[in-house]
Design a protein. Structure first.
Length: 91
């Protein structure tokens, strides 16, 4: 079974779909972080060095296994050559 068909099968369950939708913004943030780093052509180690932190901290951030502060997100973005902004939109 492919990952895509497993995902479709899981999302057919209403409870799973609700929880997945609740996490959408977190998944989006992780995707954006990874995109910034890969577009910049940097490794996790290089980003960590620029942030003056450990590679494991960058890895946790990119896996969504942390609750980063705004300061940490800014440091990550700047390390990758990006500016970080907040955009609001009505729900």
């Amino acid at each position: 079974m492919s990952l895509q068909s497993l995902k479709q099968r899981a999302l057919a369950n209403a409870d799973v779909k609700t929880e997945y939708d609740n996490l959408e913004s977190e998944f989006s943030l992780i995707d954006q972080l990874l995109s910034m780093r890969t577009t910049a052509g940097l490794t996790q180690e290089q980003v960590a060095e620029r942030m003056q932190t450990q590679k494991s901290n960058v890895s946790r951030l990119e896996r969504g296994n942390s609750n980063p502060s705004w300061s940490t997100l800014l440091k990550y973005a700047h390390a990758c050559g990006y500016e970080l902004t907040i955009k609001s939109q009505k729900l």
